[in-house]
Design a protein around this ligand. Structure first.
Ligand SMILES: *[C@@H]1O[C@H](CO)[C@@H](O)[C@H](O)[C@H]1NC(C)=O
Ligand SMILES: *[C@@H]1O[C@H](CO)[C@@H](O)[C@H](O)[C@H]1NC(C)=O
Ligand SMILES: *[C@@H]1O[C@H](CO)[C@@H](O)[C@H](O)[C@H]1NC(C)=O
Ligand SMILES: *[C@@H]1O[C@H](CO)[C@@H](O)[C@H](O)[C@H]1NC(C)=O
Ligand SMILES: *[C@@H]1O[C@H](CO)[C@@H](O)[C@H](O)[C@H]1NC(C)=O
Length: 862
């Protein structure tokens, strides 16, 4: 037990981002500078004359990238737009005489062509670097145009090496015994392999560069890197570093064009400073964004650490945590100068600075306790409908990440201690998510301990790790409002003339939209979460006062974009009346741009409903102006199929129309309309809201389902209606919105995660994926197939729980004549709509005979 406890205290804070997706903006296109390459060597590197090795971080290393005329527009540009920007130094490209690449820091070497092997290019590049910049930089790097360099890692590495001495750093090669003759290497000679990059200290460059012309005239082989090694060895007196580490940090992958095109979450990728080769320049951008993400994670973690330091210091000073935000340091200096909502606001210290411990969140009562799931080969949870199941992919990925990070931490002192610890397997673990702070994991890890110094040994060890992944502050991703350009047509910017104005218009961003209110009920969540949420919204309001549109002349064209509701209907007059009342209040009585298309079928069981539904539509059409007309498609006694019904309705729409497929059971409000308009993006995105489905009110309110027989508790549950809400001070629109809003609660209903019938899409996009599969009859399945088709298409499927869309309860009648899979689905829906697990548990405990029917014939049977 004592040994086991050694790492039991290993509590590691890992940072996780909590993102709030919202709104606005698209980066403007930076105009490419197209003046001819300046001749001034410092201007070429954009280095100021007064920037020197002693005063500028930009003068640590000069990277010379060897490229060729044919790669200037691809690889060289990719390098320039990615890692070149993060270097602790400057970078120049070296190509053949006459090469031109506007906007790139390019040196076209006189008398050099693009022939291979590039000995002359490489040697003259070093000479040029020496002659022009020999005193300006501490380090000089020779790189190819297919290498990726991580600037931050390179800096940390170089700062630890003495640059006053001649240093020749790279991945040392010596060739096999057979090759050694061909390479003309003595047994003790080596060279730095060119691919993953070679570094020379100022002293090494100064010693070797003046002699490159001599070396060029005395080449023994055609291998550029071998010859460079020979030249440096001869004139600077240093060989390539003999270090096993170099293979790790200057990483070469021998898979050729396939290298780094697959999964990047690998140890060798994470540990590398340079990665070689990236043959297809497009993967350079992918690597770059991957490393940027890692960097963001690192910075987030640092910020959380600092918040924790502040928090614990304040605690030591006896300052209450809720006073941290306004705390003033001696001398009148505010601890957090920027307040919530201001630029530079650092987040809520009370949340972000919460110490790492397993009870950061203190539940107020038993019902609030955050439960752990148990993880081994499967995952077991008490709160899930399916208590034992396969570990879901996202959790698997998360655990992999967490374990990889833990192993990195455990192995940090490995070198000093002469041991390596490798991860073997996860024996079991517990994991839970605290919505306010982050995820907790308790893991039992089987590890492999290997000591390679002193008495060598290998042993399997088992360790517990207690880990916490903290949420950081909220971030906001800005999305453009309005129509994006067509992916195949001309650029939208050009077609609207915005391009000719040189930029895209900025417009004032006014988020004071009243409709925001129904979005999240802030009164029903606890204080810290509420503050975190509000700080996110404040950021939205104050830090991003400008919204970028796509250049359309109207302010927010999408806010009043017309939506075409398509409603298939067979029978069900009562429900249709309710739906029309909802439609009247939200659409007909207001100026909302919505058109309703009802596709009417004759229901054999309720034939009179057909005529009455027609009359109802006529009534509304007589009563409201002609632009509010409800359209009816009369299908008579044709066999009903939802896919076919929607298809008939779609025929009334134009290709550029926005369509919303709805069911008569749905209740909607103004929020629904706004979300449809924002979340459906022509050519790019379809909106699949997850609707809230009400349980049977008899169950929700039924005594049997809410308490034990004989218990004397009041079970009167409010179905969550806002009928009696005070309306004074509210606009008519707000009152209407509340009228069609339900309170979201586990006891009242559930989000129908597996329902795919309700969606919004542009007609042109719907047609581009081929529409509905019309061979399917009856309800269900056609929507699942459409969903699957859309997932596979180029369109983004945006799916999210939408609390404004509520499926009002009705009892389901599953038709035995349906196809087997449809019938099963119908039964499933019927069962899950009945009530919550809690209700069912009460019912069963009150009626044990449901599970254990009294079996009188039992004796006879046994
Ligand atoms: C170099 O000079 C510019 C003004 O010419 C000045 O702004 C800058 O701070 C100086 N940089 C250093 C490192 O001295
Ligand atoms: C090299 O890359 C390939 C493909 O991405 C990968 O399968 C392989 O494991 C990598 N090898 C090394 C040593 O990183
Ligand atoms: C709609 O018709 C009813 C009765 O037919 C009438 O009372 C009501 O005022 C009408 N409303 C409108 C907006 O015309
Ligand atoms: C349409 O659905 C039927 C029945 O499920 C299926 O056999 C057929 O392959 C589907 N057609 C397409 C184009 O998906
Ligand atoms: C998606 O877009 C790419 C490139 O525009 C195209 O090559 C591909 O065929 C498209 N795929 C589908 C399913 O439309």
């Amino acid at each position: 037990m004592a040994r086991r406890g050694k790492w039991a205290g290993l509590v590691v804070g890992l940072a996780l981002g909590l993102a709030l997706g919202a709104l606005l903006r698209r980066g403007g296109r930076a105009p490419a500078p197209c003046r001819p390459a300046p001749l001034d060597p410092l201007a070429l590197l954009q280095l100021a004359p007064n920037e020197t090795r002693d005063n500028s971080r930009r003068a640590l290393v000069l990277v010379g990238v060897m490229t060729a005329a044919q790669y200037l527009d691809t690889r060289a540009r990719a390098v320039h737009e990615t890692w070149a920007r993060d270097l602790p130094g400057r970078l120049a490209f070296f190509s053949s005489e006459g090469s031109r690449a506007p906007g790139l820091p390019l040196v076209a070497l006189r008398g050099v062509d693009d022939s291979y092997p590039p000995q002359k290019k490489s040697f003259l590049m070093l000479l040029h670097m020496y002659e022009q910049y020999g005193d300006r930089f501490e380090w000089f790097m020779r790189a190819d145009d297919d290498v990726y360099v991580r600037g931050d890692r390179l800096e940390a590495f170089l700062r630890g090496v003495d640059s006053r001495k001649p240093q020749f750093i790279g991945q040392a090669g010596r060739g096999t015994a057979a090759e050694r003759d061909a390479l003309a290497l003595a047994p003790d000679e080596n060279f730095c392999m060119g691919g993953p990059g070679v570094l020379l200290s100022r002293a090494a460059l100064a010693a070797a560069a003046p002699h490159v012309r001599y070396c060029l005239q005395h080449l023994l082989t055609s291998h550029e890197d071998v010859e460079l090694g020979r030249c440096v060895a001869r004139f600077a007196g240093v060989a390539c570093t003999w270090s096993y580490d170099m293979q790790t940090i200057l990483h070469h992958n021998s898979s050729g064009a396939a290298a780094y095109t697959g999964r990047l979450k690998r140890r060798e990728v994470h540990r590398a400073i340079t990665l070689h080769p990236v043959k297809d320049h497009r993967y350079m951008y992918r690597l770059h964004s991957y490393f940027k993400n890692l960097r963001i994670q690192e910075l987030r973690e640092q910020s959380v650490q600092l918040h924790r330091d502040i928090s614990s210091s304040l605690k030591a000073l006896g300052v209450a945590s809720d006073q941290a935000q306004g705390y003033t340091l001696p001398g009148g200096l505010p601890l957090f100068p920027a307040k919530i909502g201001q630029a530079g606001y650092l987040g809520d210290n009370e949340i972000l600075g919460a110490p790492v411990e397993l009870d950061r969140y203190k539940p107020a009562d038993f019902g609030d306790v955050v439960l752990y799931d148990f993880v081994s080969k499967s995952i077991y949870s008490t709160t899930h409908q399916n208590p034992k199941r396969k570990i879901e992919l996202p959790l698997k990925e998360a655990l992999d990440d967490v374990i990889r990070e833990v192993m990195e931490i455990i192995n940090q002192p490995s070198r000093q201690r002469g041991r390596v610890i490798d991860f073997n397997e996860l024996l079991y673990g517990y994991t839970r998510l605290d919505a306010l702070h982050g995820a907790d994991h308790v893991l039992d890890l089987l590890l492999q301990y290997r000591r390679y110094r002193g008495r060598k040994m290998t042993a399997a060890v088992r360790r517990h790790a207690y880990l916490q992944q903290s949420f950081t502050g909220m971030d906001i991703r800005e999305l453009p409002l309005g129509d994006p350009p067509s992916p195949n047509g001309d650029s939208y910017l050009e077609s609207t003339g915005a391009a000719s104005r040189g930029d895209v218009d900025y417009e004032d961003f006014d988020e004071s939209n009243k409709e925001q209110n129904g979005f999240l009920d802030l009164n029903n969540i606890n204080k810290p979460l509420k503050e975190a949420w509000e700080s996110g919204l404040m950021k939205l309001q104050n830090n991003l006062p400008k919204a970028l549109t796509w250049g359309a002349d109207k302010e927010y064209p999408i806010y009043d974009r017309r939506i075409n509701f398509i409603l298939p209907l067979a029978g069900r007059l009562d429900i249709f009346i309710r739906f029309m009342k909802n439609y009247e209040d939200v659409v007909l009585k207001t100026d909302e741009a919505v058109t309703l298309i009802v596709v009417l079928y004759l229901d054999g069981k309720n034939p009179i409903d057909y005529k009455r539904s027609e009359n109802l539509i006529d009534y509304y059409n007589d009563n409201y102006s002609s632009d509010k007309k409800v359209k009816a498609v009369k299908m008579g006694s044709t066999t009903f199929s939802r896919g076919a019904a929607l298809t008939e309705g779609i025929k009334l729409c134009e290709p550029e129309d926005l369509m919303f497929f709805v069911d008569v059971d749905m209740m909607f409000n103004f929020d629904t309309l706004r979300r449809i308009r924002i979340n459906t993006i022509k050519y790019y995105q379809v909106y699949f809201p997850i609707v809230f489905s009400e349980y049977n009110p008899d169950v929700v309110n039924g005594e049997d389902y809410n308490k034990f027989k004989g218990d004397n508790v009041n079970t009167k549950t409010d179905l969550g209606r806002y009928d009696n809400i005070p309306t004074e001070g509210k606009t008519e629109r707000e009152v209407t919105n509340l009228k069609y809003t339900k309170r979201i609660h586990d006891d009242f209903g559930y989000f129908r995660q597996y329902g795919f019938g309700i969606l919004s899409i542009y007609k042109s996009d719907f047609e581009s994926v081929g529409g509905f599969n019309l061979t399917i009859k009856g309800w269900g399945m056609e929507d699942v197939q459409l969903f699957e088709t859309l997932i596979k298409s180029n369109l983004t499927v945006f799916r999210i729980a939408d609390d404004s869309l509520v499926h009002i309860f009705h009892s389901v009648d599953c038709d035995k004549s349906l196809e087997a899979s449809q019938y099963t689905m119908c039964l499933g829906t019927k069962a899950s709509t009945y009530g919550s697990d809690k209700h069912m548990a009460y019912y069963m405990l009150n009626h044990p005979d449901v599970l254990w029917p009294p079996t009188e014939d039992k004796k006879g049977a046994s």
